[in-house]
Design a protein around this ligand. Sequence first.
Ligand code: PGA
Length: 245
Amino acid sequence: MKKLIMANWKMQLTIKESLELAKQFTKKIKANNSEVVICPDYSALPFVGSILKSSQLALGAQDAAAFTKGAYTGEVSALNLKTLGVKYVILGHSERREHLHENSAIINDKVKAALENKLIPVLCVGEKLAEREAGQTKEYLKMELQHALKGVKIKTASDLVVAYEPVWAISTNKNAKPIKPEEANEIQKFLKDQTFKILKKQVRVIYGGSADMNNAESFLAQGSIDGLLVGGASLKLNDFPKMIK
Ligand code: PGA
């Protein structure tokens, strides 16, 4: 199966910078053995989308509303994202859980709204340092999955992706360092099994957290790592194409 490599540009770029980087990536990236998805911020989506249209790269969003339509000032619906050509949507990212106080009930609604509108949710789960140090990583991840996927049904295994992002390993954290690929692999296997128990489908599980040009290969060589969710390194003109290569 093709590896799924996603660029999460967060809120790091202006519209102009997003356009420029997307243009460069369409020239530099040959996505033959992988599926590459670029996730710019909302404001850049239509512009980046029109650049990616005639390329091998797909468009992703960084979030979507929990509701399909209505009086929800400031929200953006999965329905409109779909119309813009968005294929994947990142949901439940730890930065949204932390800074925007998203709880598991909201994330659960978002997953359902995304699926109803034929977007592929990329559900992020990940323990913080406290849980890791207390030896509660698996318990915590299991709980996050159970809450986010409560009542969720998918038709095929490719309808949903889980992203394992240990919060302490994300590069915006001060002391971030990547997890060892073997350790990530063991947790990813656990996530696959747990997701199978809930959804009865073997969905893809990708890894995110300080993935870069130097460690991408060793992550992707692991049996239970189906791809990468890349933040910082996906903003780098040369590094991201090299990771894919
Ligand atoms: P990072 O971000 O690659 O910069 O650690 C990953 C993410 O937050 O999705």
